[in-house]
Design a protein around this ligand. Structure first.
Ligand code: F6P
Length: 324
């Protein structure tokens, strides 16, 4: 491998810049050239490609977002788009590529690897919904941002003795909701993977909270369940307790990455370049049992992931421990 390309794809995530920085600097340390591909696979197809050196990644490790910009690209899902992408890589001398993104981005990485471009993918998403890894770049920052926001809602919720439904991101996965639910001491945690859509139980729980003198009732609701505004209206009607919905939204995707996101993203970026230097391709990097691992992309995409049942059980015990 002589020239490494790097791109970010799909939803941005805090820590992507740390990963880009690590890719660029590790490649340079190995005597390689580096090209940044802007705006994900869309930018690849439009040849939005820039030369990068060690100073191109100065002063970015602490920044949220991605200096390479990102996009979701439909054209790259087609065989023609993928063929064109591989040809553009070859034209620019890119013989090793690091793709930072989620599951969707891994599909594109696998296609490019099959078309002869050595490719390694890094898990970059706030949702933590990638089966082959216990850690994804951005989750730690997002969950801390959401946790702080929920603490703030809790203050005003208590003052007004209200019920608050707070909706967090995660697409179809409930990791952000579960972690925040525990970290914020929510009375109810609704996660996509376990929610039975039985609102009567929530209403009972609220009435019980009231009866034992609780001043607020915090419900953390996962985006995959949604309908927080509708839920608020129905709960208010059924309980008589003033209820408000707060959808935290994209604030969870931004901001300065936490130390964990900076360090793990740096380690993963370096590891991706090490794999390419060893001639590896079609790999995705993960974090398991305290260390980095890598898998065949196809194998990784076929893995299944579910919420940790013990953690879920703990969340239930702690949120309802005041009930007899
Ligand atoms: O995958 C990250 C994520 O923020 C999800 O949690 C959310 O469902 C989605 O992206 C939102 O995407 P967009 O920014 O395109 O609205």
């Amino acid at each position: 491998v002589s020239t490494i390309g790097v791109l970010t794809s799909g939803g941005d995530a805090p820590g992507m810049n740390a990963a880009i920085r690590a890719v660029v600097r590790t490649a340079i340390a190995n005597g390689l050239k580096v090209k940044g591909i802007r705006r994900g696979y869309s930018g690849l197809l439009e040849e939005d490609i820039i030369d990068m050196d060690a100073s191109s990644v100065s002063d970015i490790i602490q920044r949220g977002g991605t200096i390479l910009y990102t996009a979701r690209c439909l054209e790259f899902k087609t065989p023609e788009g993928q063929q064109k992408g591989a040809e553009i890589c070859r034209k620019h001398g890119i013989d090793g590529l690091v793709v930072i993104g989620g599951d969707g981005s891994f599909q594109g990485a696998r296609k490019l690897a099959n078309l002869g471009i050595n490719t390694v993918a890094l898990p970059g998403t706030i949702d933590l919904d990638i089966a082959c890894t216990d850690y994804t770049i951005g989750f730690d920052t997002a969950v801390n941002t959401a946790m702080e926001a929920i603490d703030k809602v809790r203050d005003t919720s208590t003052s007004h003795e209200r019920c608050s439904i707070i909706e967090v991101m995660g697409r179809n996965a409930g990791y952000i909701a579960l972690w925040c639910g525990i970290a914020n001491g929510a009375e109810d945690i609704l996660i996509t993977e376990r929610y039975d859509h039985d609102e009567a139980k929530i209403i009972e729980n609220i009435k019980h909270s009231r009866s034992i003198g609780k001043k607020h009732h915090i419900i953390v609701n996962a985006e995959g369940i949604g309908d927080s505004n509708g839920m608020a209206k129905r709960i208010e009607a059924a309980t008589g307790m003033e209820t408000r919905a707060t959808i935290i939204g994209h604030i969870q995707r931004g901001g300065s990455p936490t130390c964990i996101d900076r360090v793990y993203a740096s380690e993963m970026g370096a590891y991706a370049v090490d794999l390419l230097c060893k001639g590896e391709s079609n790999r995705v990097v993960g974090y398991r049992s305290g260390g980095l691992v890598d898998y065949d992309i196809q194998e990784a995409l076929e893995m299944q992931k579910d919420i940790d049942q013990y953690l879920y059980d703990v969340s239930r015990t702690l949120s309802r421990s005041l009930q007899s």
